[in-house]
Design a protein around this ligand. Sequence first.
Ligand code: ZN
Ligand code: ZN
Length: 250
Amino acid sequence: MKITILGSGTNLHPRRAAAGYLIQTDFPFLIDFGPRTLTNLLKTGLNRHQLQHFLFTHYHADHFSDFITFYFDAVCHARYVANRPDMTIIGPKGTKKLFGSIMKTFPAFDKPPFRVTLKEIAARTFSLGNTRIIPRTMTHTSQQTCLGYRVEYQGRSFVYSGDACYSSNLVRLCQDVDLAVLDCSFPSNRPGAAHMHAEDCGRVAKEAEIKRLILSHFYPVADQFNVKKQAARNFSGQINLARDLMTVQW
Ligand SMILES: [Zn+2]
Ligand SMILES: [Zn+2]
């Protein structure tokens, strides 16, 4: 399994792209596709026209807006340059309404020369190829459902929390996982609403007995304090700070 962090920041951050992760198991797929992550995707060298599966945690703009630019390019490429495989877009309730209206509204987005399947999933495990995907509902905002995802492939496991507060659902999702990338929007001494701070991330890591923790989704204020040290107050295992284009393969 290989994970590439396409974005370790939030909506507006001077040095980090917003949320986006490239996962490579028996095929490559994305979880979230926030602003500036498309540029980082190009830098990975992956052929973007081979991407078929797009998973979303929720639809705050910092988690999906680069999909629009990506999709416009995909439609033009498939119309004028070469065929591309079909696309499947997977996310929580609201996925069909959001992407349905984007595809109806944006010029040139309707009738693409490939099939687009929109799937709304609840907290039910499913498989894509040989990859097992476990979505669970996170605690984020009351206006929409946010999913966290656990990905399992060939005995390896990975969790991405999406945007999340501390919750028992998140601890269960992370149980014994090899690598968890958690929403560390804030330093513990400057906590904010709807997201975890560094000590929360450490608490989840400890209670779930995870092997390795990567802190991500930093608001600019998180870069002003030692969030790694703060997370380590609760978790004694390996902790790293995410940075754009960082990869982990195991
Ligand atoms: Zn959010
Ligand atoms: Zn976010």
